[in-house]
Design a protein around this ligand. Structure first.
Ligand code: AQP
Length: 334
């Protein structure tokens, strides 16, 4: 069994301004992981076009995601941050994986089912084969660990299946089986309007999400308007199972304070929602405010951001290039 160098890969789609779910479920962890791992973080614009995008908005969202990574504390000098479409190896490996992966596997992906809905015959082929490209993103670097929110766990399992099948089909021990790194309380931050749906960039309601660029007033107002009920806050965690919106608010506060749900709940049991909402809004202003200021500052110098992406792409190609050459040899292209 080959022992692979520990390496982290993760990506974020430039499909809009990032929200609290992206921050607590992904980027905040990206920052922690740099202490222990070599990290490669990618703005996955090729994933973004699996649904329709406005080209100018896609370009500006790409810089905004990069700015969000840096503002949150990702060290672009020590680590690699880059744009997926600038490194051709992702598409090259994705094609090989399209031929390794099975249609039956893709048919089981719940995100595809959710996103395609009743429109299944009319969505892009890209939306269906998205997990194959995700496997290529990770395995083009022989990455061993992938920090993701809970929503991406199934896709990561598919990446492992693809790596395993490739190794078996070609009788090699070439790809590692990448492992998810899913931490903390905020593995799934839910919509502020519906506690059963995840907070998402593509939700039609602006009130459903806190953006990393929201002003302090926006944050307060969105939290004040967050869906709740007229009961008092329950005493124990089990009672929260039937109150998804309350659970979500407690969960977000716990993640921001880096403490357990039980500890947060103990401070609000039997109290009214207004107290929880006021404290949550204050806490979020402390967490999001400094990130917002840095994002806006960074976006004032787009040339610098483009340079960072350029350097990142060169560093990424240096790693992925020889790996794809090896893959091409294994499959018989060379
Ligand atoms: N609500 C969430 N809670 C916790 N983690 C989340 N992530 C996304 N939403 C939540 C994590 O953020 C990373 C980047 O996600 P993405 O932008 O690449 O794709 P996504 O999961 O499809 O995010 P959105 O916001 O729902 O985007 P749209 O609406 O464009 O599809 C991933 O690690 C993800 O787990």
């Amino acid at each position: 069994m080959t022992s692979f160098q520990k390496r982290v890969f993760s990506g974020v789609q430039p499909t809009g301004t990032l929200h609290l779910g992206n921050y607590l479920g992904a980027i905040k962890n990206f920052v922690e992981l740099q202490k222990e791992y070599e990290c490669i973080y990618c703005v996955v614009d090729q994933h973004a076009i699996t649904v329709e995008q406005n080209p100018n908005e896609l370009r500006s969202n790409t810089l905004e995601v990069l700015a969000s990574f840096i503002a949150a504390g990702v060290d672009y000098k020590e680590q690699i941050i880059f744009q997926q479409s600038s490194v051709a190896e992702h598409s090259q490996l994705a094609w090989v994986f399209n031929c390794v992966s099975r249609i039956g596997w893709l048919n089981r992906m719940t995100q595809f089912k959710d996103k395609a809905g009743k429109n299944r015959e009319n969505v892009s082929v890209g939306l269906m084969v998205y997990p194959n490209l995700m496997a290529a993103d990770i395995l083009a670097y022989l990455a061993t660990h992938v920090p993701v929110g809970d929503d991406q766990k199934q896709h990561l399992e598919l990446s492992r299946d693809i790596a395993q099948k490739f190794n078996n089909d070609f009788k090699v021990d070439f790809f590692p089986l990448p492992e998810p790194l899913i931490y903390g309380n905020a593995t799934r931050v839910m919509s502020l309007r519906d506690g059963t749906k995840k907070m998402s960039k593509s939700d039609a309601s602006e009130l459903s999400r806190i953006l990393l660029t929201d002003s302090d007033d926006d944050i307060s107002s969105k939290i004040r308007k967050a869906k709740s009920d007229s009961d008092l806050i329950p005493e124990d965690k089990d009672q929260l199972q039937n109150k998804p919106e309350c659970l979500n608010l407690i969960n977000i506060l716990s993640a921001c304070l880096d403490q357990s749900i039980e500890k947060t709940l103990a401070g609000y049991a039997g109290k009214e929602y207004s107290k929880l909402k006021n404290d949550l809004a204050d806490t979020l202003i402390q967490v999001v405010g400094p990130v917002r200021k840095k994002i806006l500052n960074l976006l004032d110098n787009k040339d610098e951001l483009n340079k960072i992406l350029q350097v990142g792409s060169e560093k990424a190609s240096t790693i992925a290039g020889p790996i794809i050459k090896e893959v091409y040899k294994i499959v018989g292209f060379k």
